[in-house]
Design a protein around this ligand. Structure first.
Ligand code: FHN
Length: 601
């Protein structure tokens, strides 16, 4: 009875609200949007919290461990809904302590929190009038979102709501998940949209200021980009300053203020729109008692710096235990990250991308403008050079000052310009020992905006051209450079649309032998193409025993007709069926075989 009345009321209310809040934000200017997002871009680092009935299941079902991410327990097990729903009668996280969580986020140096108000399972962690499947129907009987909102507002912590479009419980949501055989004859997606709008209105009017709306689960075809735009405008109608992610539909033109790469960091800085990598500390969203695969704190700090070096945010996830406490391995790591940020935070917060589009052999860079026209480059040194000399490659600016952020004596470091590999660079004497086991940051002040010396491979004495992974331009989001000692390779080449290129200066026309050095783990490989000044050849990538067990193949020869400034590209043409990557590329060598007169340019 309660539901029927409420549904009817819901339809009237939401329709009314819809009309009242039918605000179209399309006319927001870029400058207005930048102002709205300024705090978020400055923040760089946030806490993600996944909590729900799946936390009670804790990665198990009927006494057996369940593979995959904990938050997908209901989907993975294909459990009948009538067996899953009673989990709510066990949802009693009496030790859930919002104040403690906010204090932990602050100790970690996090500037905002995004928490699941309702995940795909459909269970609402807030007191909602539009569903009986909520925290008030569980033994806990506490509005956890009210507790989170109060604690965040009290401690001046920005707060975001995670809200799932996908719903495995609501009778009006289609398509059904595997194992859910409920008929769909009466399912009405329009009514489901009203249900979501009613809940979103509750979440945006009952809990004070909300800074982020983090939608998720919009991949089913029943949800359209038009619906996404409708929800985007509806949400901003209640809180105009709110920031909304891009999980509101399909394809590149779906609405949203920022991109959301998940469990990976784009290899090169994505476009203008803001972006935020969300990442788990072990392998699962939501508590999973058997998942102890915790990332090291160094890995987490490197990820944070890598995101900032590409102009992105890092949203790091915790999954509270069934009793509401935070597992100690998470607390330990977050507190250690916070101690690092307490010393090096200026190299993350409020920074923008450094002058390099992808990581350098020793780490990555962020930057900030200083007064008087100088620029501060933050050099995040993950791998301390053994000779104590840090090379900042291909930069023409004069160094003005350099120091280690962690050196409280502020002892100036020797920094000088030097030609390296045929291009101007800055060399800094940073001494024999790293200042941090996590990430040693050198602050290098230069005169003026960075003047980068474009890389261009030139021929060695024998006329050959050596193209190394570290000098390649990467094109694509998944492919990435691995600069760890002994690696210097381009990996994660899992898509045919990702490719690499080098600007080169071809000294002479003629036939060049193309030699490719790569590694390829068992079960992988495929076909790749090399293009030299417009001349193409195709070749096969074979297994070499491992990604870093390298082999050098003669891919073939190309008859180069154009000389001077040209380009060399390597593309993945096909990945071996069953494999997931074509190879890890280390270098390409073009070796001249026969001379020819250069063709008219
Ligand atoms: O299915 C969810 C998953 O459980 C988790 O919430 C992540 C976090 O971004 N989003 C979806 C998977 O992309």
């Amino acid at each position: 009875m309660r539901r029927a009345v409420l549904t009817g009321l819901a339809v009237a209310l939401a329709a009314g609200m819809f009309l009242q809040n039918a605000v179209v934000w399309g006319e927001e200017t870029e400058a207005q949007r930048d102002r709205r997002m300024a705090w978020w871009r400055e923040a760089r680092f946030g806490m993600f919290i996944h909590f729900g009935l799946y936390s009670v299941a804790a990665g198990h079902w009927e006494g057996q461990p369940v593979k995959g991410i904990s938050s997908w327990n209901l989907h993975t097990t294909k459990a009948p809904l009538e067996k899953y729903v009673p989990l709510k009668d066990q949802f009693n996280p009496t030790k859930f302590d919002a104040e403690r969580i906010v204090r932990l986020a602050k100790a970690a140096g996090m500037k905002y929190i995004v928490i699941t108000t309702r995940h795909h399972e459909g269970f609402s962690l807030f007191d909602t009038k539009y569903s009986d499947f909520d925290v008030m129907a569980a033994p806990l009987k506490r509005d956890l979102m009210k507790e989170m909102a109060d604690a965040c507002h009290k401690h001046n912590m920005r707060l975001g709501w995670y809200y799932s479009i996908l719903d495995w419980y609501h009778p009006d949501y289609t398509p059904r998940r595997p194992g859910d055989n409920r008929p769909t004859d009466d399912a009405d997606y329009g009514r489901y949209m009203l249900f979501m709008k009613n809940q979103l209105r509750e979440l945006l009017t009952n809990y004070g200021k909300i800074d982020v709306l983090w939608f998720d689960g919009s991949w089913d075809p029943t949800f359209t980009n038009e619906m996404g735009q409708d929800l985007y405008d509806y949400v901003r109608g209640f809180q105009p300053g709110i920031i909304i992610n891009d999980r509101l539909g399909h394809g590149d033109d779906r609405p949203g203020d920022f991109g959301t790469p998940e469990q990976y960091i784009p290899s090169t800085a994505p476009g203008e729109k803001g972006w935020e990598t969300c990442m788990t500390i072990n392998d699962t969203w939501g508590f999973k008692s058997q998942d102890h695969n915790w990332k090291s704190t160094a890995t987490l700090v490197h990820m944070l710096a890598d995101c900032a070096s590409k102009g992105g945010n890092f949203l790091l996830n915790i999954g509270p235990a069934p009793d509401g406490t935070i597992p100690q391995p998470l607390v330990d790591r977050l507190e250690e990250v916070g101690r690092w940020l307490a010393v090096n935070g200026q190299s993350i917060y409020g920074t923008r991308t450094g002058p390099y589009r992808q990581p350098l052999p020793w780490g990555c860079t962020t930057s900030k403008d200083l007064d008087g026209g100088r620029v501060r480059l933050y050099l995040h040194v993950f791998d301390w050079p053994k000779d104590g000399r840090l090379v900042v490659p291909r930069i023409a600016n004069a160094p003005r000052a350099a120091r280690l952020l962690a050196d409280f004596s502020q002892k100036p470091l020797e920094a000088a310009q030097q030609e390296i590999d045929g291009a101007q660079a800055i060399c800094i004497d940073i001494g024999p020992r790293a200042s941090s086991e996590l990430d040693s940051v050198v602050a290098l002040d230069i005169e003026g905006q960075p003047e980068m010396v474009a890389f261009r491979a030139t021929a060695t004495a024998d006329g050959s051209l050596h193209l190394l992974a570290r000098d390649a331009d990467l094109h694509g989001e998944i492919i990435r450079y691995d600069g760890q000692p002994g690696r210097d390779s381009i990996g994660y080449w899992t898509r045919t649309k990702d490719w690499v290129s080098w600007p080169v200066r071809i000294p002479k026309a003629g036939t060049y032998q193309v030699e490719v050095t790569y590694g390829c783990a068992p079960g992988n490989g495929g076909a790749y193409g090399v293009e030299v000044a417009g001349e193409k050849l195709d070749a096969q990538a074979r297994e070499t025993g491992g990604w870093f067990d390298r082999a050098t193949d003669v891919a073939g020869t190309v008859d180069v007709k154009k000389t001077g400034d040209q380009s060399v590209a390597v593309r993945c043409l096909r990945i071996k069926p069953g494999g997931h990557a074509v190879f890890d590329l280390h270098k390409v060598v073009l070796r001249p075989i026969v001379d020819r007169k250069p063709e008219e340019q």
